[in-house]
Design a protein around this ligand. Structure first.
Ligand SMILES: [Zn+2]
Length: 389
């Protein structure tokens, strides 16, 4: 890859012909049309978020003469350049000089570029940017792109993958899954965590259809002209979850629905029964992990480990230990009731409290409560053996 450092390009030149597209939330062109600021694979402009703190900071830096940091262009051809890194900063400057936002002036009032004193305008326009022009094969550039850390907000994993596998498939995928105007987002948000802008829905859809091999899947479908399979699979998962679980609760968001769909979608469930089970478990004070309720029910309520059922507290353990040990010592047998039944030397062994664990006499899954009457201490070995049954 060839890189050439450019030090003479000014803000004025970069911003010549700057176009900001409100619909797409993107800065599009600069350098009198030669520069593509936010190519397809770049994320939307985010420096205007949070009241525009970041874009205002960019303009403040220029006015104070601070460097804006390195900017990288990809030289596509003699006439065409693409911003590889720096699109947020360039879009900030472009938006400012086209009066899309104001900074705070000396008197505390909002100040737009067009109303600034001439010397300040000149200062901004004449600021020179530090730009590396890179020229290389697509794979070289994208490999490099993967390794750089963008100043400010690093690209997340899906944004990187979108860059590496840019093409018609990513474009269509983003149209469907990364568009915050999509009316389905609200429904999806019940089950999928994150935001459309940061590619979280696209990532989840790809994760599900590819069974976790997102990069491989994107590479294989990179030049596809449709996303039918991706769409179909994602919607099948969402439809399945929303049919089986008619209650929508916050703990559902972000669960591994793709895996659960694969494991359980061929079984039949009675949604009314499922719903009453969900409500019963939500009301059960012994359930520590509510996120485990859904898989617990899908699996036929067989694996209470998923619910992280509340354990006995230390005070209860100590009390039970004392009673149990006193009785055992009187009888001359082990204080672990299961060791007593065993064949070896442990028959009479008195374990220390630290060597024992508390156990539900009547199993929690069969309705046994987590209170002192249902508590016994077992040596660790026996407790583990019982837990695994
Ligand atoms: Zn034992």
């Amino acid at each position: 890859m060839i890189t050439t450092l450019r030090t003479k390009i000014t803000v004025k030149e970069i911003c010549a012909g700057f176009v900001y597209n409100e619909m797409q939330g993107k800065g599009l062109f600069g350098l009198s049309g030669r520069l593509t600021i936010q190519p397809e694979y770049q994320r939307c402009y985010i420096y205007a978020d949070n009241g525009g703190m970041k874009e205002i900071a960019v303009i403040d830096s220029i006015l104070k003469g601070y460097p804006l940091g390195l900017i990288y262009f990809n030289k596509v051809s003699e006439e065409i350049l693409e911003v590889l890194d720096g699109q947020q900063r360039i879009t900030s400057v472009g938006r400012f000089v086209t009066d899309k936002f104001a900074i705070r002036g000396g008197d505390g009032n909002p100040q737009y570029f067009s109303s600034m004193a001439e010397d300040k305008k000149t200062k901004i326009f004449d600021t020179k940017l530090l730009i590396y022009e890179c020229e290389g094969s697509e794979s070289e550039i994208k490999e490099w792109f993967k390794t750089i850390n963008i100043a400010g907000i690093p690209l997340n994993n899906q944004e990187l993958l979108n860059a590496v596998y840019s093409g018609p498939f990513v474009t269509l995928g983003k149209e469907e899954f990364s568009n915050s105007q999509n009316a389905n987002i609200q429904k999806w948000s019940a089950y999928v965590k994150g935001s459309a802008n940061r590619q979280d829905f696209l990532e989840r859809a790809l994760d599900w259809v590819s069974k976790g091999n997102i990069g491989e899947y994107m590479s294989k479908h990179r030049f596809d002209e449709n996303i039918n399979e991706l769409n179909r699979y994602f919607n099948s998962v969402i439809d399945w979850v929303s049919t089986v679980f008619t209650d929508v609760v916050s703990e559902m968001r972000g669960l591994e629905w793709g895996r659960l769909y694969e494991e359980y979608h061929k079984q039949s469930y009675n949604p009314a029964k499922v719903s009453s089970e969900v409500q019963r478990l939500y009301g059960d004070p012994y359930v520590n992990n509510r996120r485990g309720i859904f898989e617990f029910i899908l699996g036929g309520c067989a694996d209470p480990k998923l619910l992280d059922v509340r354990v006995f507290d230390e005070a209860t353990k100590k009390t039970v230990y004392k009673t149990q040990t006193n009785t055992a010592e009187k009888k001359g047998v082990s204080n672990c009731p299961l060791c007593v039944l065993g064949p070896d030397a442990n028959k009479t062994k008195i374990w220390k409290l630290s060597e024992m664990d508390a156990d539900h006499v009547a199993a929690w899954s069969k309705g046994g409560a987590t209170d002192i009457k249902n508590c016994q201490l077992l040596c660790k070995t026996h407790n583990r053996a019982k837990g695994n049954k």
